[in-house]
Design a protein around this ligand. Structure first.
Ligand code: ATP
Ligand code: MG
Length: 364
């Protein structure tokens, strides 16, 4: 079986270090590992419109921002297919058929959807499109028969939903020769990267919550955000023992620090474990820890900023990359849709047997 990756992001804002730790960094590694037959990276503009219907300009603007972020972290259009969701109309067709395989109560139970509805204050006025986006995500994942979906932890219920749809589709329509493939979620290994908290210490760094360090933030902005970050409210004096639990600065260090960073910026500790031990014992101030994090983030972000500046000089080429990727994705989606329609017995004009059988029936 081919090894195929599908993943993507909503163009609701520029991408942040939560995306980087949770997904982008891993995607680039997977892309460069050479172990995958195909890699599809989708800008989910149609999904972004489900909760931004009144703000199409925001979505349109962020399509190019996300594309620039992709290229700047090292996604390479010669190795990965970068495409825009709305340009593949086959995806909406697949969604429509998959809708028959999911109950309203199943969607209502989806913890991510529940949480996002609360965050967006939809209360009782939930757009139907938003409510059903887990189904459209199943279309995104299955159109290219993805086997692996690298995501952050918040997306696990979506992958579960997709698996259920695939299972049900194959059981009903294609029990002998399964048409769709059940995907596997691929989470980052480090606990801190699965759901990086926001700079405000809130559970998740998220474009919609405005608690982000963006990949495009300047050195100065990153410094200011880290210096005002939440640490440990009980750690009032340097000599006080500090706590690591819920201490966002340490969570970011868990996600980004490597031993060589200590050699460069904080040689009195060999690694993060030693620094943590000192912090919990007492005698290590927050400012010193924050300064280390600033240096590390600067080292991570600088090459990304430089690559971005390069791509920003040729925006038409970025659109060209997206157009080519969308054309390639559409071809694959058309093939899967035709298999789906044939399994569902709605391929009337392609099925010569059908016309013959019906003729025979009426000839009697
Ligand atoms: P929005 O607020 O518009 O939903 P978002 O910041 O949640 O935006 P998405 O585009 O929904 O970003 O998510 C894209 C991918 O990035 C998903 O795989 C998601 O799991 C991952 N991701 C997003 N935020 C984080 C985070 N804070 N930590 C780890 N992974 C994340
Ligand atoms: Mg999200």
């Amino acid at each position: 079986m081919s090894k195929i990756i599908l993943t993507g992001d909503r163009p609701t804002g520029r991408l942040h270090i939560g995306h980087y730790a949770g997904s982008l960094r891993g995607r680039v590694e997977l892309q460069n590992s050479g172990e995958y037959d195909k890699i599809y990276i989708m800008i989910a503009d149609a999904q972004a419109l489900t909760d931004n219907a009144d703000n199409p300009e925001r979505v349109r603007q962020n399509v190019i921002e996300v594309a620039l972020d992709y290229l700047s972290v090292g996604l390479d259009p010669t190795k990965s297919t970068l495409f825009i969701q709305s340009q593949i109309s086959e995806l909406t067709e697949l969604t429509f058929y998959y809708m028959n395989l999911v109950t309203v109560s199943r969607l209502q139970r989806n913890p991510t959807v529940k949480n996002e509805i609360q965050l967006r204050n939809f209360e009782t006025s939930i757009p139907v499109g938003f409510f059903t986006y887990p189904i459209s995500q199943a279309a995104d994942i299955t159109f290219c028969k993805a086997t692996v979906v690298p995501v952050g932890e918040d997306q696990l219920p979506m992958i579960e939903q997709t698996k259920e749809i695939v299972h049900k589709f194959n059981a009903i329509y294609a029990p002998e020769n399964p048409v769709l493939i059940e995907p596997k979620a691929l989470l980052p290994q480090a606990e801190a990267c699965k759901r990086l908290p926001g700079t405000d210490g809130k559970a998740k760094m998220s474009k919609s919550l405005g608690n982000c360090i963006y990949l495009t933030d300047s050195d100065k902005e990153v410094k200011a955000k880290i210096m005002s970050m939440y640490t440990d409210p009980l750690h009032l004096q340097v000599s006080d023992p500090g706590h690591l639990e819920g201490n966002t600065v340490f969570t970011y260090l868990d996600a980004f620090a490597r031993d060589e960073h200590f050699e460069r910026y904080c040689p009195e500790y060999a690694n993060l474990e030693e620094m943590k031990a000192h912090y919990t014992k007492g005698g290590l101030g927050d400012v010193k820890v924050k300064k280390l994090l600033i240096n590390i983030m600067q080292e991570v972000l600088e090459p990304i900023r430089m690559r971005r500046a390069q791509f920003e000089t040729d925006i038409p080429e970025v659109y060209n990359i997206l157009k080519k990727g969308s054309d390639a994705a559409r071809e694959v989606a058309a093939q899967t849709l035709s298999e789906v329609k044939s399994a569902m017995k709605i391929d009337y004009f392609e099925d010569a047997e059908l016309i013959k059988a019906q003729s025979a029936l009426y000839a009697k």
